[in-house]
Design a protein around this ligand. Structure first.
Ligand code: ADP
Ligand code: MG
Length: 290
């Protein structure tokens, strides 16, 4: 009778927005103790809008934006779309980009007019020892905004703040996990203050921020070593190793192909709430099989 049960549960899963890629891992989901979530694009919409621009030099704010937009033109990161959209709404003309290189988890760099130009994370700025007036930076981060910095030939030129939106169903998903005694953990490459802001808004139990892509899988392993069975949910290239490492890897349907190829289950409608159906369905399927 097993094949019939599988067919029935496949149809049921599809009805709940789930694509099951690996059945044994799906059945394992009934034992999950903790769900680890990537932030951007998983708990949030991953649609950034520019809210503030600051110049740290004689460069005009719009020039900060047009330099950043030029560099971001070839990037697939949601931050890139936010910056490019703002530049195009303001009808800014972009520069000529002669070379481009993405630094995963940190930002991007390229060449404009023979100058090395970077758009990077606060973590990179701190590590390189740049000094800057951080009043606005602190204010924006505490408001949950993601801030990136523009560097031209090793000089810090400006900062751009972007706001994302928490997905409507994130908060109730986490409340429902708590009812099932399942812990909710956030794992993000974004700044600690931004991560804390979002975590507090939706009721996350533990936060790991400023985690570089190659460290995400290590963090998953650390959490498993506490004796917890864990699911990891993510959407990005940077989440793929962590999705593979987790007992159950769950990819967001609107995310990158690499994330989906690394996952056991795909959330077809990109709705975190569909995770809850995984628990009930994997229990039902298991009961029918034994
Ligand atoms: P997340 O875990 O939230 O998906 P990422 O690992 O993709 O985050 O990125 C971590 C940080 O690196 C971002 O918050 C941002 O500061 C920086 N970053 C990554 N890609 C870009 C980019 N294309 N432009 C600017 N900053 C970027
Ligand atoms: Mg992400």
């Amino acid at each position: 009778a097993a094949p019939l049960v599988v067919a029935v549960s496949t149809a049921l899963s599809a009805k709940h927005g789930l694509l099951i890629r690996n059945r044994p891992q799906f059945e394992q989901a009934r034992n999950i103790d903790a769900v680890i979530f990537d932030k951007t694009g998983t708990l949030t919409e991953g649609k950034f809008g520019v809210t503030d621009i600051q110049s740290y030099s004689d460069m005009k704010e719009e020039e900060v934006l047009s330099y950043a937009a030029t560099i971001e033109n070839d990037s697939e990161h949601p931050i890139a779309s936010g910056i490019i959209n703002e530049a195009s709404e303001r009808n800014l003309s972009l520069h000529e980009l002669t070379d481009f290189n993405s630094i995963t988890g940190v930002g991007i760099e390229g060449t404009i007019n023979d100058k090395n130009v970077k758009v990077v994370s606060p973590g990179y700025i701190t590590k390189q020892g740049f000094n800057f007036d951080d009043e606005n930076f602190n204010k924006w981060s505490e408001q949950g905004k993601t801030v990136v910095f523009l560097i031209v030939d090793d000089e810090l030129k400006g900062a751009i703040a972007l706001a994302d939106q928490v997905k409507e169903s994130s908060k109730e998903t986490i409340a429902a996990l708590h009812k099932r005694n399942i812990k909710a953990i956030m794992l993000t490459g974004d700044h600690q203050k931004v991560a804390n802001y979002v975590a507090k808004e939706i009721g996350i139990d533990e936060v790991y921020a400023e985690v570089l892509p190659d460290q995400k899988a290590e963090k998953v392993e650390e959490i498993q070593q506490r004796g917890l069975v864990v699911a990891m949910t993510g959407d990005g290239i940077n989440d793929a190793p962590a999705l593979t490492k987790a007992d159950v890897g769950i990819a967001v349907g609107a995310g990158t192909d690499i994330a989906m190829d690394s996952a056991d289950i795909v959330l077809v409608d990109s709705n975190p709430k569909d995770i809850l159906a995984i628990f009930s369905l994997s229990k039902r399927t298991f009961n029918k099989l034994v």
